[in-house]
Ligand binder design. Structure first.
Ligand SMILES: [Fe+2]
Ligand SMILES: [Fe+2]
Length: 362
């Protein structure tokens, strides 16, 4: 239906032109921004942020992004950390960019056709391991997610990194669930690891969460993934561990560099950090070689023993392999602490862990 010329005239002449604010259009003398060119790795945040400082302290109560003009009437949206040291890691930008570039799909990047039938004991042990890992990956997503509303937008690099980690963990729990079902086994028993793993969800501070989750717990998972050949039987399982390990190295990298930043800039927090590590090392460090002693994760330990021993009959050999894995976990954990600047942990570590440490490298 055509619009009548009269009506059209009325509409176009009776409306007052809108009053525009346009204050945002004024040039900002204080901050002239230069054009940015893509670098060797593309238009990364390193290129975009070059030459601009990240403030050590912020007064953040609103959604204002770093470098945006403050408004008097902005509503408060939260109580955020105000010190850079509380959330910062020097590699957060790089790790975020890498995470975005290295996403993979459990649906198409795993050669699932290579999973062939296994004897019942091995298949069930694999399914129990996958059940445990699925549970653990839920924690690895839930725990950092709790801290997103505390990270001010001024330190967006950390927020983006944590968001990328949550996506990684989604993929991990998805791939282990798929492995549990793909050979007809399914998920087996929920773990008994409540006290040792809930401690991560109960953290009251970002640095506490990062030290016990990124550096300790994910470190232990990473050392296991790196020994994936002990607990895999085909190319599909090897690909799962390899791709998960690639992601985990970013999560660990963030945690180690956050810890280093805290120790460098707020050295008075050193003892506090030892306290968090005391709390988390304890439950996991029961000596699994002693009769009657089982670690905090007995079903996990048993599954590894059966897988690494090649079946129930090889469980003695599997127990030796489990100790090798635990030794690797503890030594790699110690190495990460040394990189972070917490080398004195060597003498303060839980006694069972300390007994597994190799001599210092220098
Ligand atoms: Fe993970
Ligand atoms: Fe992780």
């Amino acid at each position: 239906m055509a619009i009548s010329p009269d009506l059209l005239h009325k509409v176009s002449t009776e409306e007052d032109p809108p009053e525009l604010d346009l204050s945002w259009l004024q040039p900002r003398e204080a901050q002239q921004v230069e054009r940015v060119r893509a670098g060797r790795r593309g238009m990364t945040f390193d290129e975009v942020e070059r030459g601009r400082e990240v403030p050590d302290h912020v007064n953040a109560f609103t959604l204002r992004p770093r470098d945006a003009r403050r408004r008097e009437d902005a509503v408060r949206t939260g109580q955020y950390y105000s010190d850079k040291s509380d959330v910062w890691s020097e590699n957060a930008r790089l790790l975020y960019e890498e995470a975005v570039q290295r996403q993979w799909s459990s649906a198409t990047d795993i050669p699932w056709e290579k999973v062939t039938p296994l004897p019942d004991d091995l298949e069930r042990a694999m399914c129990q391991l996958c059940t445990f890992l699925t549970e653990v990956e839920f924690i690895a997503g839930d725990a950092p997610a709790q801290w997103l509303p505390k990270i001010p937008n001024d330190y967006y690099e950390t927020k983006l990194f944590i968001l990328s980690q949550i996506m990684d963990e989604a993929r991990h729990l998805d791939v282990f669930r798929k492995r549990a079902f793909v050979n007809g086994g399914g998920l087996l028993s929920e773990g008994q690891s409540g006290p040792s793993l809930r401690i991560i969800l109960d953290a009251k501070d970002f640095t506490e969460m990062s030290a016990i989750m990124h550096v300790f717990a994910e470190g232990f998972v990473q050392s296991l993934f790196r020994t994936g050949e002990l607990v895999s039987f085909n190319e599909a399982e090897k690909a799962i561990y390899r791709l998960c390990a690639q992601d985990e190295s970013r999560h660990l990298g963030f945690g180690v560099m956050h810890l280093k930043y805290i120790l460098d800039t707020v050295p008075e927090r050193r003892e506090e950090i030892h306290h968090y590590l005391d709390q988390v090392e304890g439950p996991l460090s029961l000596d699994i070689t002693q009769a009657g002693a089982s670690g905090a994760t007995p079903f996990f330990d048993e599954a590894i023993m059966i897988l690494a021993g090649g079946g129930l009959k090889g469980v003695d050999k599997g127990a030796e392999r489990l100790m090798e894995v635990r030794k690797k976990q503890v030594n790699e954990y110690m190495h990460r602490l040394e990189v972070a600047g917490l080398g004195e942990r060597r003498d303060r570590m839980n006694p069972f862990f300390r007994s597994l440490l190799d001599p210092p490298r220098n």
